[in-house]
Each structure stands twice: as C-alpha cells, then as structure tokens.
Design a protein around this ligand. Structure first.
Ligand code: GLN
Length: 339
C-alpha cells in the first residue's frame, strides 16, 4: 500500500532566512578545521581527492538556497545516486513491485557485501547498498543498457534541475576496479533477481555513480524529495508525492549503510551518503542539506558531513522525531509529571 500524502502531512517550517544564514555560518566555522577520517582508497580516481575540501548547502522547499565553502566543487555522486535511481524506478514499477523485488530493510553489513544476498535467499533487501542498488538499476525501463542509462541520466538530471555529466576518469577507474560489483550482479542473476544482463546493469550502475554533482546539487535533489517530488528550483514534478515519501522512508533505515540507526539517533533526519564524501539529508516539508567533505569514517560516511548535518538538524529543527509539549494546555490540564 502506498501513502496518500495529499491531506495528511504535518511537517512545520524552517526558521527565517537570517536565522538559517547565521546557523550555517556557525556550523561551517565549527567544523572547517576538523581533519578526522580518511579519503577512500581502492578506486584510484577517488583516492586523489583533496581531503580539505568542505562545502555545505541548504535548499528550502521554496527554492531559497544558502551555501558555504566548497559547495560548488564537483565530485562524483557515488552511492547517493541510489536514492534517486530508486525513486525513479519506484515511479515506474510501483511501491509494491519494488518492495517485492528489492526490499526496504537494512542489512547491517558493509555496502559492498555479498552477505545481503546470501543471507536472504537471493533477496537483496536493502536498495541503498550495492546489491540492492544494482537490482534496482536493473529495474529501470528499457530493452538495453543504453535505454536504461538514458532513463536514469535523464531522471537524475531532473532531480538536480540541470543536465548532469559523467566524470570520465572516475567512470574508467571504477570500471577497472569493479569486480566486486560484477560478482554481486552475477550472484543476483543466479538467484533470478536481476532484470537485464548482469554486466550491462553494472556498467549502468557505475555510470550513475560517476555523475558529477556539487553540494548544492545534492541540496536541490534532496529538496525535491522533501517537497512532494517537485523540484523547488524548476517547479517540475519529478516523482509523485507518494514516491518521494516512500524513498525518504527507505533512506531513514538504510541511507547511512550499517550506521543508519546511529545516524537517526544522532541526527534525526533521513540521509544518504557516498564514498566520495557527499551526504544529502532530507527534512520532509522543510528542505534538504547537501554536504561534501572527502574524509570518511570506517563505514564510508563523510566525517565533516556527518557533523555539520547533525548541527544543522538540531539548530534548524530538521529532526523528524523531535517534538515539544503543547504550550496551550490549560493550567489545570492533564500535564502531570510523576516522580
Ligand atoms: N561506486 C561505488 C561502488 O559501487 C559506490 C559505493 C558508495 O558510494 N558507497 O562501490
């Protein structure tokens, strides 16, 4: 069953632009000198990233933007593409089919693990780690890899509100070091869980991971999910409101790999990260934050991205779990604190 979000949405709003600017200044300054974490190794073109880069962008649901630092520095989107490819595929085949074919649960294992497949009789379960994401990419409409790629490139570009392009060096580098992903795809195919030819699907998946974005693009893409599927910059309805809702709900439990529970506990808003150092955090109805900094923790999440997201979530009320007691209860009313 998918949710009708037409009349049943309650999200609150962001503070005014002056407050957002001041909070962003404070958050950026607080973490700009933090140098914890390490740049990803293993994909030569990513290992070359400048570790000190740090950018942050916030886009509200009305399309107003606030940016700091290296928010216009481009990097490959990597795993963050999984969130938007997933939304596009859900839009095509529907909530129930994706639930059945791919699943929506955290697997609790690192993003490139085969355990997600083998523990569940070939059912990848988690669309935000490689096995499930490759399965989802295989569900993109088309009779060939070229058609599937065209669908995803066009769809991800609509989320960003501009034509995205591949970083050819990253694409070539990942294509040469992609044996694990090829193994995952062949395993899925062996379990009858992959549409399309396995190596062709991995190639499309590698292309989608190689698309160049900046932190501001991530904020626009996230704000589209936070705004009923409408890109607040272009006004285009990229996916239905119910699909935006489904996608954000999946990000909550799976977006930060095996640290998704810890992230929700610390930060309180659904998010997705990638190994080049990007993070997009979505606060439904309010907007989204895009952050970029290449030094990662041991789960592959950007350290400064994590800290700055947590700070902004608290200071701007992006946390979807926080509430306050009602202020208009009668003084004789039911506010009873038992000791
Ligand atoms: N392209 C990378 C891979 O497939 C993406 C992984 C990531 O960002 N976590 O392994």
């Amino acid at each position: 069953m998918s949710h009708d979000t037409q009349n049943t949405v309650s999200t609150g709003s962001l503070p005014g632009p002056d407050v957002v600017e001041a909070v962003l200044d404070e958050a950026y300054e607080r973490f700009r000198d933090l140098d914890e974490g390490t740049v990803i190794e293993g994909v030569p073109a990513l290992a070359d990233a400048e570790p000190d880069l740090f950018g942050v962008a916030l886009m509200d649901s009305d399309g107003a933007e606030h940016i700091r630092g290296d928010a216009r520095h481009q990097f490959s989107i990597q795993s963050i593409s999984k969130a938007f490819a997933y939304a596009l595929v859900c839009q095509e085949i529907g909530h129930d089919a994706v639930l059945e074919r791919v699943g929506v649960d955290n697997t609790g294992v690192p993003f490139d693990s085969v355990l997600a497949i083998e523990h569940n009789e070939g059912h990848p379960m988690n669309p935000m780690v490689n096995a499930g994401a490759i399965a989802a990419t295989g569900l993109a409409p088309g009779d060939s890899s070229a058609e599937r790629w065209d669908f995803l490139l066009h769809g991800l570009s609509r989320f960003a509100g501009r034509e995205l392009e591949i970083d050819e060096a990253v694409y070539r580098s990942e294509s040469r070091s992609n044996q694990r992903n090829q193994g995952l795809a062949l395993l899925l195919e062996g379990h009858g869980r992959l549409s399309g030819d396995a190596l062709g699907v991995v190639d499309v998946y590698t292309k989608q991971c190689s698309l160049l974005v900046d932190a501001r693009d991530l904020a626009v893409m996230g704000a589209t999910l936070a705004s009923g599927g409408v890109n607040p910059r272009t006004g285009e309805q990229v996916v239905d409101a119910s699909i935006a809702r489904d996608t954000v709900s999946v990000l909550a439990s799976t977006g930060m790999y095996e640290r998704s529970g810890e992230w929700l506990f610390e930060v309180g808003a659904p998010a997705k990260s990638g190994i080049s150092g990007g993070i997009v955090m979505v606060s439904p109805g309010k907007g989204a934050v895009g952050a970029f900094s290449p030094r990662l923790d041991d789960a592959g999440n950007s350290v400064r991205g994590r800290k700055v997201s947590a700070h902004l979530s608290r200071a701007l009320g992006l946390d979807v779990f926080a509430s306050r007691p009602p202020s208009d209860l009668p003084s004789e009313g039911p506010r009873v604190r038992r000791r």
